[in-house]
Design a protein around this ligand. Structure first.
Ligand code: ZN
Length: 54
């Protein structure tokens, strides 16, 4: 009897979506905006940007 060789299913590599972090225009580079569902917000000065919907 011939043995059936089953190929292991190839694992799909998860590609992490690269999202450049936004910096706060008021606080300057280094202060990143926290990402929320619909906006980016700065925890230091309260600045926020609305996310653009596609
Ligand atoms: Zn800020």
């Amino acid at each position: 009897m011939a043995e059936e060789k089953k190929e292991a299913p190839k694992k799909a590599k998860k590609i992490a979506a690269y999202r450049p972090k936004r910096s706060c225009p008021k606080c300057g580079t280094g202060v990143h905006l926290a990402e929320h569902a619909d906006r980016f917000a700065c925890g230091k000065c309260g600045y926020f940007e609305k996310k653009m919907k596609k």
